[in-house]
Write a protein that binds this ligand. Sequence first.
Ligand code: PMP
Length: 284
Amino acid sequence: MSRIVYVNGAYLPEEEAKVSVFDRGFLFADGVYEVTSVLNGKLVDFDGHAKRLERSLTELEMPSPVTMDELLQIHRDLIDRNGLVEGGVYLQITRGAAPRDFAYPADPKPTLVLFTLEINISGSPKAETGLKVVSIPDERWGRRDIKTVQLLYPSMGKMAAKAQGADDAWMVEDGAVTEGTSNNAYIVTKDGKIVTRQLSHAILHGITRAAVLRMAEEAQMIVEERPFTIEEAQNAAEAFITSATTFVTPVVEIDGVTLGDGKPGRIAKRLREIYMDEARAKAV
Ligand code: PMP
């Protein structure tokens, strides 16, 4: 069945949804995006995603074609028009079509595209079995805190992981893990502390990360925001990732080394449950 896609004010069957070949998103990856998850037809942490979007736009001096209230309405219309129950809404804003020039156009006409994604988030099989990850060098640009559509290196990382029979890659810079190709990375030490890299330009400031760390602290768990190495991760009690479309998903193997008994860890499972309950309760 054809989806209904939003493009610059119009709701169109996906086959008819088009943008210009001169769009700077296409020519320069001059665009930003967000993916907001949907549970029971409702948006999880829309405010967090809207705020990060505004920040990404500001960092790139890119105007938004709509207000954040209008954006919420478009998200809801798309969910309704597509009958989406569980999955996500993908949103992209680019600086729009302009004569090809490295300098930004003086009077940009941004492109706004949204479409729905059907994903089985709540019953994902990987939540039960856990993920296998491999490490790769982090060769992305230096402003990973801006959520741009420059996703070629993470794509290459995912392919490298699959070629080795793993599910995903964790990226390493100056000896420490930055994050996963499309998620934030965590370990749980043998004495029960949750460790994840601190916020900086080196990683994306995950919306799920912010929520999960807050919930962990509310549940009296100890959180340490600092870098960790692959070796420390291989010796940890457990590991996991977070993102809007995976929530909390356990990691059970790193570069061929099995963590603990090779089963999803207790803390990762607990955090997934807490996150899921709150996401369902607070979704809009
Ligand atoms: N890091 C990277 C590199 C990502 O691409 C993503 C998801 N897009 C995340 C972290 C997780 O962010 P969020 O929880 O906001 O989905």
